[in-house]
Write a protein that binds this ligand. Sequence first.
Ligand SMILES: C[S@@+](CC[C@H](N)C(=O)[O-])C[C@H]1O[C@@H](n2cnc3c(N)ncnc32)[C@H](O)[C@@H]1O
Length: 320
Amino acid sequence: MTAMRLHDLEPSTEEFRRAVVRGLSATPRTLPCKFFYDEAGSRLFDRICELPEYYPTRTELRILDERAGAIADLLGPRTRLVEFGSGAGVKIRLLLAALDRPAVYVPVDICRAHLVAAADALAGDFPDLRVAPVCADYTEPFALPATPGIAIGTTAGFFPGSTIGNFMPDEATAFLRRARRLLGPGSAMVIGVDVPKDAAVLEAAYDDAAGVTAEFNRNLLRRMVRELGAEVDIDGFRHEARWNRALSRIEMHLVSRRAQTIRIGEQVFAMAAGETIHTENSCKYGVDQFRSMAGRAGYLPVTAWTDADGLFSVHVLRAP
Ligand SMILES: C[S@@+](CC[C@H](N)C(=O)[O-])C[C@H]1O[C@@H](n2cnc3c(N)ncnc32)[C@H](O)[C@@H]1O
């Protein structure tokens, strides 16, 4: 257990139950992707990051590695870093190593167990850094932990992994606007954004040969069984990743292999053969398209980098 003070706003089982019932009652049926990330789901996501097909992690790491010095120059000394969806906390290490005496690190994640383990490991490796984890759903309001007695320079958000793509474009703009207000005037935002590309590359990244992403998707059903006592035939659903070119997004679905029911307490959901539960969107944005979105959220674009193959982008934004 960590000696750090954890600010704990982890969504309750009741919130999960309400979201599942709402999503399965909708037409077409959906489940919110933020609930992928219980302990098992977080571990599966970490395995996805290592897969040969999953270019986003290694490409973003490469860009961050090359540009960490430039980011450190833009942010200056004694930065307070707030990471949204911090997960295993791998990418932040590149920034922390490059920054001039970083002061505070606030990892924010919906999965308490994964957050605490990652924050603990990081605090051990950066003993001069104040680590103040917040377990929260970042789509809901939360406050930054007070860190009295610590001199702070720039406050910077860090939102890697193209997790911004899990929002629909209007939700993404609203998220950026809220983040800008949370971080305050003069703050920065360093954000990783995946870009549109060949459908085959995209679909392979979200439907790997080893079947890890399929397991990640089906873990949502397993979590319903574990936490809600749901009655569902997990093998009765297959994973599907589709590139929706018109909406520039990868969609993940759980496709019912046959007519069947899902039961949660008194609620019964009858699924037809071939009917799907839409579990995730990963929207992709060109560099200029994302800059315009950031502008609509009140941010000024400072710079953006892509890798040599143009697979992924990292943007630095500034709040006026
Ligand atoms: C796509 S993973 C990215 C992880 C890591 N940042 C990376 O770049 O590899 C999304 C992360 O955001 C967290 N997450 C997803 N939705 C969230 C939400 N609504 N509030 C807080 N954390 C969330 C997940 O637990 C997970 O760690």
